[in-house]
Design a protein around this ligand. Sequence first.
Ligand code: DX5
Ligand code: ZN
Length: 229
Amino acid sequence: MTFDHSIKIAPSILAADFADFGRECEAIEAQGCDWVHVDVMDGHFVPNISFGPQMCKAIRPHIRGVMDVHLMISPVDAYLESLAEAGADIITIHAEAGPHLDRSLQYIRSLGAKAGVALNPSTPPEAIEYVLDRIDLVCVMTVNPGFGGQSFIDSQLPKIARLVEMIGEREIHIEIDGGVTTDTAGNCAAMGADVLVAGSAVFKGGSVAAPEVYGANIRAIRKAAQAAI
Ligand code: DX5
Ligand code: ZN
């Protein structure tokens, strides 16, 4: 993975057909997405269960580019090795998921993956102040994690700007996750975000039988973001 600040669209397969993940991943990549965002939920850290490391391993051969795994689980350390073995390029953990964030981030990098930290809406940006040199990505949650299709929380926009200041020259992606649409993507990009996760807004109206809808949705979000920079 090389680093750049260009806008990257990362569809969340939480909004895809769960019975057909392989072909769904192939369809969104063929339609021009940049990364594939994979949401792992445990029914404990968040009030929903999605799937685990075995599913990540099963879909990996269907993803040619970056597999961006977002762990909404606690505790997290016991699952990091199997997710790295499953082929995750980026493993993002929540700052709120345990007391030893620094150790978990070191562990992720030692496994050969890029390390990310996600911040819930109520968590201040300063939660990552002392781990900035251990991360490759910060994920600003613009909904409370657990479900797709929720409304974007506008109060998170100043958090993006603050993170840009804190990050300075470091090569750290700023990812936005939750409620990203053509209406909200512009503000995110204007504040300095470069990775836009979108579930509902990419998959709405399309299917593996009608993948061109995914392409149109991806292009519309990218256009809205780029127009704001
Ligand atoms: C929410 C997940 C998101 C979710 C986004 O907990 O982390 O990745 O799939 O879905 P939308 O884009 O529909 O808000
Ligand atoms: Zn996510």
